[in-house]
Design a protein around this ligand. Structure first.
Ligand SMILES: Cc1ncc(COP(=O)(O)O)c(C=O)c1O
Length: 375
């Protein structure tokens, strides 16, 4: 017989941990207007060219879903390793790179530890740090980008993990190779540097930041990448990471055992093989991003400006009569969903994903009309 409960919590419902209660849930990019209308989604940095035909075919031909997928994502890790010259045993795949970012914080930080990221960093870092009970330390930015000096000044004996997105979301800023190396060199050997390269494939290959080399050479670097952006497989949820054997081993201990789906593994392998699709996506992005930035600069006297971006989106700052909020509403009326960043300390910013040529023309023309009307 169970003894009567005489002591213990007096709450009548389960109480979530205080550090979980402090989390603001991630706000995904919208695809619908407030009245339910479907909008063109330029709010989640997806590939406007869609998905490689080869990846789609492989996804369709994947084995029957009654079977569990390969728990080790063996073929996929081998394909990634071949493309990037990495030993597949030093690669771990995840349910999107989101899973790996969360696992990295969970494996290396806990209550009493500190996790650093730069102001205007990717929103998931805050959640990843808090959900394991760690204390978040936000380093000051420089001109909306990463200030290596300021970040290093935040390091204390309690620091366990530093998150850096390169290129960064939502600002698009990019830390060149020498700065990434300087950041790494300034960190104690027992601090894990997580370099999140979700947008790396959009960067001109000549400007690579050297992260993969750092991950290959040092015991305290984890690089994460994703199939959600240039590879056009956001819906399949596949990411990967690489680092020293002990780091990869730690993530493997705590990841979901079957964390990448059958169809996802098949599609990702084929996507890696379609270099032409990746090249075309990068070229399209570069050309349309340049045209869009030029169109916004032409409105300079209306107080709109763009931050330099190496990614597949541009952060537009509204510092004149037209507010970001009014532009958000105006764009939605014309059928476009973009990302307002008030919750991330950027009430004056809209992050706009680079879409098709026609979409970018229409967005730029709408911004012009709104700016002129707001005078
Ligand atoms: C900087 C950055 N890192 C990681 C991710 C997560 O991507 P996924 O979980 O789809 O791989 C995103 C998605 O927007 C991102 O912008």
């Amino acid at each position: 017989m169970r003894p009567p409960v005489t002591e213990g919590p007096s709450n009548s419902a389960p109480q979530m941990k205080p550090w979980i209660a402090a989390i603001h849930a991630y706000v995904p990019g919208r695809s619908k207007a407030s009245d339910g209308r479907e909008l063109v989604k330029l709010s989640a940095n997806e590939n406007p060219l869609g998905t490689s035909a080869r990846a789609l075919a492989a996804r369709g031909a994947a084995a029957a879903p009654s079977r569990y997928p390969d728990p080790e994502s063996t073929e996929l890790r081998e394909a990634i390793g071949k493309l990037h010259g990495i030993d597949p045993t030093r690669i771990v795949c995840g349910t999107g790179s989101d899973e790996l970012l969360n696992l990295a914080a969970q494996a290396f930080a806990g209550p009493g530890d500190e996790v650093i990221y730069v102001r205007f960093g990717f929103a998931v870092y805050d959640i990843a740090a808090r959900r394991c009970g760690a204390t978040v330390v936000v380093a000051p930015d420089r001109d909306f980008g990463t200030d290596v000096e300021a970040l290093l000044a935040c390091v204390t004996p309690r620091t366990r993990v530093v998150f850096l997105a390169n290129p960064n979301n939502p600002t698009g800023s990019y830390l060149p190779r020498a700065e990434v190396a300087r950041l790494h060199a300034g960190l104690p050997a027992d601090v894990l540097l997580v370099i999140d390269q979700a947008y790396a494939e959009y960067v001109d290959p000549r400007d690579e930041d050297g992260s993969l080399e750092l991950a290959a050479a040092h015991a305290n670097v984890l690089v994460t990448r994703t199939f959600s952006k240039i590879y056009g497989l956001a819906g399949e949820r596949i990411g990967w990471g690489t680092g020293a054997a002990d780091i990869v081993g730690a993530l493997n201990r705590i990841r979901g055992p079957f964390n990448v789906t059958l169809s996802g593994q098949a599609a990702a392998v084929a996507a890696l093989g379609d270099e032409e699709f990746v090249r075309a996506s990068r070229e399209h992005n570069r050309a349309e991003r340049t045209r869009f930035v030029e169109a916004v600069s032409a409105l300079g006297n209306h107080g709109l400006r763009t931050l330099p971006s190496e990614a597949n989106f541009v952060l537009v700052l509204f510092e004149g009569a037209l507010s970001a909020e009014a532009a958000l509403i105006g764009l939605a009326q014309r059928g476009y969903a973009v990302r307002h960043l008030a919750g991330q300390g950027l009430p004056q910013g809209l992050r706009i994903t680079i879409g098709t040529r026609e979409q970018m023309d229409e967005v730029a023309a709408t911004l012009r009309q709104l700016a002129e009307a707001a005078r």
